[in-house]
Design a protein around this ligand. Structure first.
Ligand code: MF3
Ligand code: CO
Length: 251
């Protein structure tokens, strides 16, 4: 069942969202070749503790996930586990996904970027993935149907020659990191649940340069493209109300 939030609950979710946004932007500014993904996790966690001592990382222990952040490189799509042995190189495409809970409510957001100087092809993939998220967000308004968001993302991505991952979807968010409804990144206009006042959702397109299929590595978590192509991921937590739609994980 979908939990519609009151204005007061959305106020609390703004705070959680702002913490996530702050942690991600702080971390993004510090990304450079030579850092290990374990070091990046520490940068993010230290920042969270200093700006929001009460906050708890949403991912740690979720279904047994062993870390507080997901860092996925190149053909890794999502759920890359930080490691001191994974070192960022110039030109890598890195995707960083972080969630935090504050006062009982979660925020969840992700971005991708090119480390150092990357190729034009890699930068284009990152740009199209980010733009596809905003195409989806434009459709996230009271009166629309949920799959209007999904369709907009798929249409934008495919018209640029890329594909959307189908094995993972966006989600409702609130007291739980994952709630109903699921928010796929593909679908038909005019279908899915009605978007109503108080819906809070995380929209998160995963965009592959090649085909949409993914595999899970032996660590049980890391999703990679089956054809080895690059993949990018962007995510925002939104509050949709009759007064407007708010991106909660933007500073
Ligand atoms: N942003 C991802 C999601 O919404 C993060 C989940 S990673 C997990 O599914 F480890 F916590 F599962
Ligand atoms: Co999410």
């Amino acid at each position: 069942m979908i939990f519609y939030k009151t204005d007061d609950e959305i106020q609390i979710m703004r705070k959680a969202g702002r913490i996530v946004a702050d942690v991600l932007s702080y971390t993004k500014e510090r990304i450079k070749p030579g850092l290990s993904t374990a070091e990046i996790e520490l940068i993010a966690l230290d920042r969270m503790k200093s700006v929001a001592p009460e906050a708890i990382p949403s991912f740690k222990g979720y279904m047994g996930y062993p870390a507080s952040i997901c860092i996925s490189i190149n053909s890794e799509v999502v759920h890359g586990i930080p490691s001191k042995n994974k070192i960022l190189l110039d030109g890598d495409l890195v995707s960083i996904d972080f969630g935090a809970m504050s006062h009982g409510y979660h925020g969840d957001s992700a971005f991708s970027m090119v480390v150092g100087k990357g190729s034009e092809d890699t930068k284009r993939l990152v740009r199209v993935a980010e733009e596809s998220l905003y195409e989806g967000i434009k459709q996230a308004k009271v009166g629309n149907r949920l799959h209007d968001i999904s369709f907009a993302i798929q249409d934008y991505v495919e018209s640029h020659g890329y594909s959307v991952v189908r094995d993972f979807v966006g989600h409702g968010i609130g007291r739980n990191m994952h709630e109903a409804p699921q928010v796929p990144n593909y679908g038909e206009k005019g279908t899915g649940p009605k978007i109503e006042n108080g819906m809070t959702i995380a929209v998160e397109p995963m965009v592959n340069a090649g085909n949409p299929d993914v595999l899970i590595l032996n660590d049980g978590w890391t999703a990679v493209t089956s054809d080895g192509s690059l993949s990018a991921h962007f995510e925002h937590t939104l509050a949709i109300t009759s007064k407007g739609t708010y991106i909660l994980t933007e500073l």
